[in-house]
Design a protein around this ligand. Structure first.
Ligand code: ATP
Ligand code: MG
Length: 394
């Protein structure tokens, strides 16, 4: 029965969705199918609240697991073996299963944890566990039961037409299936924070597009290539998306010429937000997403965020707002963006950087110096200069 590998995929919050549950589950299954399409001999099905992936033995187990882990909404994954749902077959399969673990991992102790999804099955869960345990002890003489700290748990899941045995629950990222919650425009720099912010919103089901600002020729082509590569890593999770690329240099030159030096950063941030808002409306994005975290730098103090926010009327999501840098780095490492983010390239924010940026800007003063600029014309021209790049999964 097992010339194919079987994987049990559990959904997280999707299971709580009530009436919308079929829609969420279908979206999730579609996404798993799409990611596994590149492999021959894979089948994805939905059955009794679980998702099952069957894959030819030629495809390494880890490959399938790492593909499934990219799908938001997946709570956990278990490589499993299947057998007929009767005690004799289950006992025999359990012995084979444990023999394999003794050989490969030197397992010495185990504990059986059984459940029956099929309540018509004549034996109750604790008795299934006991009987399977007895079969294993008889068939694998080197093994002992340890109910407190076993080397492995042997899980037995008995269903109406099949029984599964497995020992691991590999955690997925959870969240909700991609595309079930609107579309956001992430302001994507080449740094550590903004890719994590985009990923976190996508994890809640939001489709994303990105806008990246550069100051060419002050920032290099290589710096932009790095951002494209970073976006490619995001696309592994978020599917293919568009990145809108804008040259901010004309705006930066106007700010530098007309506004006090210490206002440079906060003024630029307001222009970035306005430009992003215009792009968002043009491409039907519901909100902006930034990688700002409270107090991380001068432009992210409470006062600075208030002044930044006052420049736009579109909602601005800041999923990292209450996270420490070390927590953000942990996520960046886990999702695979960290190594790319720390490659040293210049960002447009660091061109014309004031020596002492304001940490407590006042909106009235900022607006007063800004009145020397033709804000609307500058934003329109920036949006006009937009270049669109299609980002594909790395
Ligand atoms: P990151 O690590 O994401 O670069 P940061 O800590 O360097 O963030 P800032 O440079 O102040 O912080 O930027 C704050 C946010 O503004 C970023 O997280 C990002 O959302 C946006 N941002 C900054 N620079 C750019 C850029 N060149 N293009 C697009 N968005 C940007
Ligand atoms: Mg940055």
């Amino acid at each position: 029965m097992n010339e194919r590998n079987t994987f049990i995929v559990r959904v997280g919050e999707v299971a709580l969705k009530g009436q919308n549950k079929p829609y969420f589950e279908k979206t999730l299954v579609d996404r798993i199918r799409r990611l596994l399409k590149k492999y021959q001999g894979v089948e994805v099905t939905r059955h009794e609240g679980l998702i099952f992936v069957y894959a030819d033995k030629d495809i390494p187990e880890d490959t399938i697991i790492s593909e499934i882990r990219k799908v938001f909404g997946v709570a956990s994954i278990s490589p499993a073996v299947s057998t007929e749902p009767n005690m004799e077959a289950i006992g025999k399969a359990a012995v084979d299963y444990m023999m394999n673990l003794i050989e490969k991992k030197g397992v010495k102790t185990f504990k059986v944890d059984a459940k029956r999804a099929d309540k018509n099955f004549p034996i109750k869960s604790p008795d299934i566990a006991r009987q399977v345990g007895a079969s294993v002890l008889k068939g694998c003489k080197v093994l002992k039961v340890d109910v407190h700290e076993p080397d492995v748990y042997l899980f037995v899941d008995v269903r109406s037409d099949v029984a599964y045995l497995y020992q691991q629950k590999i955690a997925g990222f959870g969240g909700l299936p991609l595309g079930t919650n609107g579309k956001g425009l992430v302001l994507l720099s080449g740094g550590i924070d903004s890719p994590v912010a985009a990923w976190m919103m996508a994890k809640r089901g939001m489709q994303i597009e990105a806008v990246h600002f550069h100051s060419y020729p002050y920032t290099s082509e290589r710096a932009q290539a790095k951002v494209e590569e970073l976006a490619g890593i995001l696309a592994i999770y978020c599917s293919r998306f568009k990145m809108h690329v804008i040259n901010m240099l004309p705006i930066q030159e106007q700010i530098a010429r007309n506004c006090p030096q210490e206002e440079m950063t906060i003024q630029l941030r307001r222009f970035m937000m306005r430009t992003a808002e215009k792009i968002a409306r043009k491409y039907s994005c519901d909100m902006l997403i930034t990688g700002e975290s409270l107090g991380q730098v001068a432009s992210q103090t409470s006062d600075s965020l208030v002044v930044t926010d006052a420049s736009v009327s579109i909602p601005v999501m800041r999923p990292l707002i209450a996270m420490d840098k070390s927590e953000i780095i942990d996520v960046a490492r886990d999702i695979g963006t960290y190594e790319k983010s720390i490659e040293p390239y210049e960002d447009c924010c660091t061109v014309f950087l004031p020596r002492h940026p304001l940490t407590k800007p006042r909106l009235d003063r900022i607006e007063k110096s800004e009145s020397a600029l033709d804000v609307q014309a500058l934003v329109d021209a920036a949006v006009e200069s937009e270049e669109i790049i299609d980002i594909y999964p790395a």
